[in-house]
Design a protein around this ligand. Structure first.
Ligand code: BLA
Length: 507
């Protein structure tokens, strides 16, 4: 029905995935009016359910599905805005025991009932030993990679899926597979990168709020959400928290291209932001039972916390080391008449402060070089270029100078990366640090350039595609930037104090 709309990649991010108006067919959904708890919309795949109980549309929850949910009325009526509540397992006549979950979305109460899965655990408690094993294992994880490996291993043990990946976003929302646990059924994706458009912005925002999703079959027939005729003009129903929510047809095509029959993913957050996903695949269609998904969500949350702690601890360690360097430099500067010369007297500290290979100090038309730098003439040109740029604050930072200023290509080998602080705008004074070009090979899952030229079709090949990245340095971290800015504050402080001392002498 959307095939006559001109489609491009920007359409991906505008697909209304929260309001698909349909569900996946392994269960039913009843949308209730909050005050009366009467069914205002329903999605039911099985004709035998409708035959046995009649159409629930318009009836209060007590009366539908043979009264199976009648005793849930108090819980449903009390459901607070924006919350989700597990209502337990309920036998629906001859249809078996369903897992029932309720969500409050605005003024709607949405009840979803998932069909039974053979051999599913009866409760989350049954899975507690598996969760505990994971918690014990991560106590010994030394690095972030170890943590991610363990999460992949334990999620695969819990779910029995063919391949479990930990997928991490970069600052541009491209992503890379940083850990993997799999059998031999599906190919390895370890270290492969994928472009931003594979998981568009509105999907990322939804996954920040809703931590687990399951697509049990890449080839399912969606079941339409049917509403009372009187409600036809009302806005579409928001299914954001609903596990049975029908998913993007483009993404289903993506799964078919990828050769995965079923897919589950768990969100990993760091300080409220999406950090990555645990992305799991099965070659064949497959249901992951409700309680198993909850256990995986739990593992995802524990992993998220551990990632946050590990990264924070790493950051603190680095900051302490940089602070020690800074203190050494400041001690020298304070005792010296000419602080610019003093900065250069301890070259090792100057470079270590930002983990650079070279540094230049430019002050009142003079230029002093330390370590691996472009020539003095090139540095002066760079400073002129920098002075003419619209900069935000006193810091300039890039790991790809040639992409911003073509003339710098001549010295990209020593200075693809530049971190610069401006000391004084009046005199065009700068301290600059340089990092050399690091030629890297990046493996993408499929050629990302084809993606960019393509229409609204997901990639057809996930074959590793090698890109050689040139004219880039290692990235500058927040610790590097802050160390440079702190040095700037100290220099400015010293310069100001000198000026005041001079003024006092002249009085
Ligand atoms: C959703 N895309 C997703 C999801 C993943 C990926 C994990 C979440 C749903 C799920 O769990 O399967 C992508 N899966 C990946 C990647 C890896 C992986 C990168 O395993 C790498 C290992 N997708 C496209 C294009 C569009 C697109 C061109 O390739 C745009 C039209 C859209 N992807 C798209 C949409 C969703 C999605 C709209 C949301 C699906 C939904 O929740 O409804």
């Amino acid at each position: 029905n959307s095939s006559d709309i001109p489609l491009d990649l920007s359409t991906c991010a505008s697909e209304p995935i929260r309001t698909p108006g349909a569900i996946q067919p392994h269960g039913m959904v009843l949308v209730l009016e909050r005050t009366t708890l009467a069914v205002k919309a329903r999605a039911i795949a099985r004709p035998d359910v409708l035959d046995a109980y009649g159409d629930p549309l318009g009836h209060p929850i007590d009366a539908v599905l043979g009264g199976a949910l009648a005793h849930c009325r108090p819980l449903l009526a009390a459901l607070a805005a924006g919350t989700t509540q597990f209502l337990g397992a309920h036998a629906i006549g001859t249809q078996g025991v369903h897992q029932v979950v309720a969500h409050r979305v605005g003024e709607d109460v949405i009840v979803e009932l998932e069909e039974p899965v053979a051999g599913e655990p009866g409760s989350l408690e049954d899975l507690y030993p598996a969760i505990r094993r994971f918690m014990e294992a991560i106590e010994h994880a030394a690095t972030l990679t170890d943590l991610c490996d363990l999460a992949a291993t334990h999620v695969r043990q819990l779910t029995g899926l063919d391949r479990v990946l930990v997928y991490r976003f970069d600052e541009d929302w491209n992503g890379a597979v940083v850990a993997e646990n799999r059998n031999e059924v599906l190919p390895s994706y370890l270290d492969l990168r994928f472009p931003e458009s594979d998981i568009p912005a509105q999907a990322r925002e939804l996954y920040r709020q809703n931590r687990v999703r399951l697509i049990a079959n890449n080839d399912y027939q969606p079941v339409q959400l049917v509403r009372a005729a009187a409600d036809a003009a009302e806005p579409p129903i928001d299914l954001s928290p609903v596990s049975l929510r029908s998913v993007s047809p483009v993404h289903l095509q993506y799964m078919r291209n990828m050769g995965t029959g079923a897919s589950m993913s768990v969100s990993l957050l760091r300080e409220g932001q999406l950090w990555g996903l645990i992305s799991c695949h099965s070659q064949h269609p497959r249901r992951v039972p409700y309680h198993v998904r909850t256990a995986c969500e739990f593992i995802g949350q524990i992993l998220s916390l551990q990632i946050t702690l590990k990264e924070r601890a790493l950051g603190v360690e680095q900051r302490i080391a940089r602070r020690a360097i800074q203190v050494r430099m400041l001690a020298r500067m304070a005792g010296d008449q000419d602080f610019m010369a003093a900065l250069g007297r301890d070259q090792d500290s100057l470079l270590a402060l930002t983990e650079s290979a070279g540094a230049a100090i430019v002050h009142r038309g003079e230029c002093i070089l330390h370590g691996q730098c472009p020539s003095q003439a090139q540095v002066m040109q760079l400073v002129q270029w920098l002075a003419a740029q619209q900069r935000e604050g006193d810091l300039f930072v890039t790991e790809r100078l040639p992409s911003l200023w073509q003339a710098s290509d001549a010295f990209a080998e020593v200075a693809s990366g530049v971190l610069a602080i401006s000391i004084s705008q009046v005199h065009d004074s700068f301290v600059l640090w340089f990092r050399p070009e690091v030629v890297r090979t990046v493996r993408w899952g499929g050629d990302p350039r084809k993606e960019a030229t393509g229409m609204l079709t997901p990639r057809t090949s996930f074959e590793g595609w090698k890109e050689t990245v040139r004219r880039q340095s290692l990235p500058w971290s927040a610790v590097d930037r802050d160390a440079a800015l702190e040095l700037r504050a100290a220099i400015v402080d010293i310069v100001l104090r000198k000026a005041e001392e001079l003024a006092a002498i002249n009085e």
